[in-house]
Design a protein around this ligand. Structure first.
Ligand SMILES: Nc1ncnc2c1ncn2[C@@H]1O[C@H](COP(=O)(O)OP(=O)(O)OP(=O)(O)O)[C@@H](O)[C@H]1O
Length: 539
């Protein structure tokens, strides 16, 4: 196997890369040592990533099938390894295990339990798991073990692991996880993204790093100016690939992947798995194992109670204020409010500030420093409300977010699932509130399916709306092309928009069309204090 890998790599004119444990060990022996311990010591200890002799684990293992069933784990592919049910089953360096314990994680999450054996086995892999289910450590831990088994990095070498992500916020968050766990191995990581000065990023790349976490555009910049290269890269992760395609990054992704040795291990991770990403997987992954945790259809995290309110555009502002007043009565009330355009975010943030709400805001036009500052104020709780566009929809992990409000409905239901997934993370509970207007009617069927998946109550008006909607499947690209532009604005945002000469971003959601005048739908009222206080009759 080792010889085959070398021969193939040579035929691509590339330095050989290591994709299996056996070849990794052989290569490590022949070429020097990895960044952690001496090669012999490391190889001997971690030749096998699993403690198969762990009696307790074996007892539990008897019930692997029921574990998969209980956690709705579906696997496709051949030779799928069994899940690991306890951390003690992982044979990883002690320092890394200590770091996991320091984080007070009790057991691998289901996506880690099934994903680690596959990823550590060197196979290509697609991992679909609900928002907040621990996917980041799911791919970082195998990345660290992979890197630790590679030959020592020489001056001029590029990274061994590359993680592509759609936004700088997500990239920075992945970096944090890579740094926390990577420091136990002396593994260096860098975050490469546009909109920030190039100097520091360039310095980090030239000094040498093991993991690069990047948004595609800036990375290509550095590749084309030979600041770094991907000759050594053998572990590739596409995180939230559907969002990257959505943002028009497909040519850049292809450009980057084509520079990487085909002998690499490639993995894609996301909470959603639309068709266009499946096509990318077919192009770039070798016969891969697909792992799904949760429903196979598009579904939200079951820890989130979803509330949808059908209303008119010009009702939203008052409804938002009312809702926030109720939310504020809760002990924990950290909230993200999503709007569809940058201008709308500006307007909402100003409006809420004028009403004395502690607000931070972020979107693509806000400078890097101010975006970092806004997130920091939100994380630390100095701002209890974050108003944002979809830059905050993916991956953002602030553990005490209790509420997500969709002031505007997003372009597609996948984005809805990701947005509301900012709450209910790591096994906690959360609530989402969504304003749904006539303009969104074409997405009503898709939304209903997502609500039904988790047995959520469905507003009759939403049902009614769906009867008039022609679409019934996730057709997000279609949505994007036929949404209206610059239609009549309702409420004070309309006035704001008209008076704002710089207004340029499209909206298409503010048509004053009175679809209905119904009240808010009834809340499911079996959830204690919060339930009683947040106007039961309204949601
Ligand atoms: N084994 C574990 N046990 C408990 N918590 C964990 C475990 N692994 C990760 N976490 C925590 O779960 C939270 C969510 O993890 P992460 O951000 O990786 O989710 P995700 O699946 O990538 O979500 P999204 O799809 O929204 O990006 C993090 O705060 C992380 O620290």
């Amino acid at each position: 196997m080792f010889r085959t890998a070398l021969t193939k790599a040579a035929s691509y004119g590339l330095r050989p890369v290591l994709t299996s444990r056996t070849s990794a060990v052989a290569m490590t022996r022949s070429m020097g040592h990895g960044p952690v311990e001496s090669d012999a010591e490391f190889d001997a200890r971690y030749e096998n990533y699993f403690n198969r002799a762990d009696i307790d684990a074996w007892e539990i293992r008897k019930d692997v099938e029921s574990y998969r069933e209980e956690h709705q784990i579906t696997v496709k592919g051949t030779n799928v390894p069994e899940p690991i049910l306890q951390f003690s089953e992982l044979n990883i360096p002690e320092k890394l295990m200590k770091e996991i314990m320091r984080q007070k994680y009790e057991a691998p999450t289901p996506i880690q339990a099934q994903g680690w054996p596959v990823a550590l086995g060197g196979q290509d892999f697609v991992g679909i798991g609900q928002t907040g289910s621990g996917k980041t450590l799911g791919f970082i831990l195998p990345a660290l073990m992979h890197i630790a088994k590679q030959p020592k990095r020489e001056p001029g070498d590029g990274p061994t692991a590359l993680i592509l992500a759609p936004t700088r916020e997500l990239a920075q968050q992945i970096l944090k996880v890579a740094e926390i766990f990577g420091k136990t191995f002396n593994i260096r990581s860098a975050c490469i993204f546009g909109g920030a000065p190039r100097g520091r990023q360039m310095f980090q790349l030239q000094r040498g790093v093991d993991i690069v976490i990047a948004t595609p555009g800036r990375l290509i910049d550095f590749l084309e100016s030979s600041v770094t290269n991907l000759d050594r890269c053998s572990y590739l992760i596409l995180d939230e690939a559907d969002r990257m395609l959505d943002m028009g990054f497909e040519p850049q992704i292809r450009n980057i992947i084509e520079r990487i040795n085909p002998e690499r291990q490639t993995m894609m991770w996301s909470a959603t798995w639309p068709e266009e990403v499946q096509a990318l997987a077919r192009d770039f992954l070798k016969s891969y194992i697909q792992l799904n945790v949760g429903s196979l259809s598009l579904s939200a995290n079951p820890n989130i109670t979803q509330h949808v309110k059908v209303c008119d555009e010009d009702e939203k502002e008052d409804k938002l204020k009312e809702l926030l007043m109720e939310i504020r009565k809760e002990d924990e009330h950290k909230t993200i409010v999503f709007a569809q355009t940058k201008r709308k975010v500006d307007w909402l943030a100003n409006m809420l500030r004028r009403n004395d709400w502690p607000v931070a805001f972020t979107h693509g036009d806000v400078s890097q420093n101010r975006r970092d500052l806004a997130l920091d104020r939100f994380r630390t709780g100095r701002a209890k409300i974050l108003v944002a566009t979809d830059v905050a929809a993916r991956g953002l992990d602030v553990d005490d977010v209790k509420f997500v409000i969709n002031y505007d409905f997003p372009n597609c239901v996948e984005d809805y699932v990701h947005r509301i997934g900012r709450t209910g993370r790591s096994g906690r509970k959360g609530d989402s509130y969504t304003f749904f207007t006539y303009e969104n009617a074409s997405l009503s069927k898709d939304l209903i399916k997502v609500l039904q998946e988790n047995d959520q109550k469905i507003d009759e008006k939403l049902m009614e709306m769906s009867k008039f909607s022609r679409r019934g499947k996730n057709s997000k690209f279609q949505q994007r092309s036929d949404r209206g532009y610059g239609s009549r604005s309702g409420g004070s945002y309309g006035t704001y928009r008209k008076s704002n000469r710089q207004f340029s971003d499209r909206d298409g959601y503010d048509r004053n069309n009175s679809f209905n005048n119904t009240g808010w739908r009834n809340r499911d009222d079996n959830r204690g204090k919060y339930n009683r206080s947040l106007h039961d009759e309204d949601w």
